[in-house]
Design a protein around this ligand. Structure first.
Ligand code: RP5
Length: 200
């Protein structure tokens, strides 16, 4: 689908470093950052402009309303919301915007994230939250799913996602034998480690 070039992209259609964020990564507490950081890293790897912020449904409810209701006007096109325990953040955020919200359940200490998962996934009909796996896998996948959503509109993001998938596939195909010592396996760049060259 043809799309209008915006000043945030250069001639290669990649986003400038100072481009306005397309994805908002929010979390209920700074203690959630360890879980959500892989989401931010994956977005960076894919070249997707994003912002990160602590927005607590319980401790800063007014900020949550302000963030969610203003996101669309600020140009945010996907929100990734991570929270743990009685995790209201993703659902409440979704209730205040039509921007798609992807929920990442953070692994809680007492119930190991089952509480977070059910709080985020079991939304009553009418306000959806796209719920990912508990923990860092869910965080990484939230970024990849955000890329797939944005890829409908931005061809550069779709191509970044395609390259990510290809690289992932190649890493598996290049190291098919799990019993092989690590130094004999090819690294991501397809080069053998110097130690393995000596011993082969
Ligand atoms: C939730 O409570 C947060 O999302 C976090 O996962 C959990 C614990 O928060 P802290 O007590 O570590 O700030 O709101």
């Amino acid at each position: 689908m043809p799309y209008k070039k915006s000043p945030s992209r250069d001639h290669t259609n990649h986003f400038h470093a100072n481009a306005k964020p397309l994805v908002g990564v929010i979390m209920g507490s700074s203690s959630d950052w360890e879980t959500l950081e892989p989401a931010a890293k994956t977005l960076s790897e894919l070249g997707i402009p994003h912002e990160t912020k602590v927005v607590s449904a319980h401790r800063t409810p007014d900020l949550l309303f302000e963030y969610a209701s203003g996101a669309e006007a600020r140009g945010i096109e996907v929100i990734i919301a991570g929270a743990g325990g009685a995790a209201h953040l993703p659902g409440m955020t979704a209730s205040k915007t039509v921007v798609p919200v992807l929920g990442v359940p953070v692994e809680s200490k007492v119930l190991k994230g089952l509480d977070s998962l059910l709080s985020i996934a079991q939304m009553p009909g009418g306000i959806p939250v796209g719920t990912l796996a508990v923990g860092k896998s869910g965080a990484i996948n939230s970024a990849l799913l955000a890329a797939a959503i944005l890829g409908i509109k931005y061809p550069a993001i779709r191509e970044s996602l395609r390259k990510f998938r290809e690289a992932q596939t190649n890493r598996v195909l290049e190291a098919p034998d799990p019993s092989a010592p690590a130094q004999f396996k090819k690294n991501a760049g397809g080069r053998r480690a110097s130690k393995s060259r000596k011993s082969s």
